[in-house]
Write a new protein. Structure first.
Lengths: 258, 236
């Protein structure tokens, strides 16, 4: 196994009830900062910092045609690029599997929670719809891109205003006062299993020695809306139970920041 | 017709407001952000580090690799499709050539210095902002440098010679326009990037190049102050 020494070091810390940076198991790095409306060229934007991890998410709205099977619904598209600027291990090129997974996990949290009512994104049934395009750009990857990206995507959506549309063309120079309405606030919390311990908000070192992870997206009332298990090792049902519990609890805490 | 007044009331020789800061990306070996008006560039430097694939290695000296990328939401119009365009590839190339003269990579055979320039928001002058950020990030990475590189676009709109064209000036329709991005090594006054599109007389171009010396020196001061701000405490 790679990182054998790092792993045994992290595990011995966890057994002593602490972590590399002295945090509790279910403690996020401090401070968590959310800044909205930072990009003038986007219809909505946010910068999220969790410790040293920093992400910018921008939302663009475009007019397109609906899918034939949902003629009265708009849609969302989530893209993530693991910019080589943000991490020495990221390389230039088309999105790899890591970036694709990140984008899809963020996508499902928003889509499946019904945070956006797709019917309200319809302009003319069968003809014109709004496409909400959410792009995730990490500035500095110091761990836990999943939770930071989900939070930033939600914050950027909260900030989004429609541009002017005259039925033919979108005028991106003119934003209207009309906001994109969010029906729910899905929050993703990734719970990590290393050895027999569960932690949240892993840093870069901890991410290298993960046995399993479970990203839990939940809405205000604790209903789950999306999940993703990752990592090379299996989880018992009892472990999943515990991880979901942590996910929902921490989700409630993170929601207060928005 | 004559171009009388700039849209934001700037003087003809005045740049938009500039802000610069180094050490903004913790994981990079060197980093900087450079903002000029609504144009906003990050640069991160990684290296000198081992170069893969091996056939790209130069056993005599290290190589410089630059990549210029607009974030998908950075344009005032439609979303920019990710993945790079012919335009961004060309800008990456000229950025590399603009920075190379200040570096001495002889000591790093088989290695690469990677410079990643990312633009979260643009409104004209993005390649120049990227070059300014990149040269600060190279200095922040602790590389030996002969000088910084300072860059800004110049131009001619109608009968006026202007510094730092904004979007409305680049697309001015009522008269001839020339857009001339210039990068300089401010201390020697040598030019490391020169592009031009539009129409301009040789005399006007020469005037602009003379003007560029002074303007680049002003930008250099901003860049140097940003570096001082970070390294000031270290020196004391």
């Amino acid at each position: 196994m790679m990182y054998r020494e790092l792993r045994s070091h992290i595990i011995s810390l966890l057994n002593a009830n602490t972590r590399l940076d002295g945090r509790n198991f279910t403690e996020y790095r401090n401070p968590i900062e959310v800044e909205q409306g930072i990009i003038k060229t986007a219809e909505g934007s946010a910068r999220v910092k969790i410790g040293e991890t920093e992400i910018i998410v921008g939302v663009k709205l475009e007019v397109g045609e609906p899918y034939p099977d949902t003629p009265d619904e708009g849609t969302i598209i989530v893209g993530a690029e693991l910019l080589p600027m943000s991490n020495p291990e990221f390389e230039l090129g088309p999105p790899g599997i890591q970036a694709i997974e990140l984008a899809r996990v963020v996508d499902r949290g928003i889509r499946e929670s019904k945070a956006l009512d797709f019917k309200k994104l319809c302009i003319a049934k069968g003809e014109k719809i709004w496409m909400v395009i959410i792009d995730i750009c990490p500035i500095n990857d110091a761990g836990n891109l999943f939770d930071a990206s989900s939070l930033a995507a939600l914050a950027a959506l909260q900030d989004t205003k429609y541009p002017e549309f005259d039925g033919e063309k979108v005028d991106y120079k003119k934003k209207t006062d009309k906001k994109l309405k969010l029906e729910k606030t899905p929050i993703a919390v990734t719970v990590i299993k290393i050895g027999d311990k569960f932690i949240v908000d892993p840093d870069i070192e901890e991410e290298k020695v993960v046995d399993a992870r479970l990203t839990v997206s939940s809405i205000e009332d604790g209903t789950l809306c999306a999940m993703q298990k990752g990592g090379d090792y299996p989880l018992t049902i009892a472990e999943i139970d515990q991880m979901i519990k942590i996910g929902i609890e921490k989700g409630k805490e993170l929601r207060k920041i928005l | 017709m004559t171009y009388k007044q700039r849209i934001d009331n700037r003087g003809f020789d005045e740049t938009r407001p500039i802000e610069a800061k180094v050490g903004v990306i913790a994981r990079a070996d060197g980093s900087a952000v450079f903002k000029i008006g609504n144009t906003w560039a990050y640069a991160a430097v990684y290296g000198p580090r081992n170069l893969h694939p091996k056939f790209l290695q130069d056993p005599q000296k290290g190589i410089l690799r630059c990549n210029y990328n607009m974030m998908p939401f950075s344009s005032s119009g439609e979303r920019v499709r990710p993945g790079g365009s012919r335009r961004s590839k060309e800008i990456s190339l000229v950025t590399e050539k603009a920075l190379l003269p200040v570096l001495d990579l002889d000591e790093y055979p088989n290695s690469v210095v990677d410079v990643f320039i990312e633009l979260p928001q643009t409104e004209a002058g993005s390649r120049c902002a990227g070059i300014c950020a990149a040269s600060m990030a190279l200095a922040d990475a602790g590389l030996d440098m002969k000088d910084l590189v300072s860059a800004v676009s110049f131009g001619r709109v109608d009968d006026k010679l202007l510094v730092d064209l904004d979007y409305s000036e680049e697309s001015y329709a009522d008269g001839p326009v020339a857009d001339i991005p210039i990068a300089m090594m401010p201390n020697s006054g040598k030019v490391t990037l020169l592009q031009m599109d539009g129409e301009v007389s040789k005399e006007d171009l020469m005037n602009l190049l003379e003007k560029a010396k002074k303007v680049c020196m002003d930008i250099y001061e901003v860049q140097r102050n940003a570096l001082r701000e970070k390294y000031h405490e270290v020196e004391e």
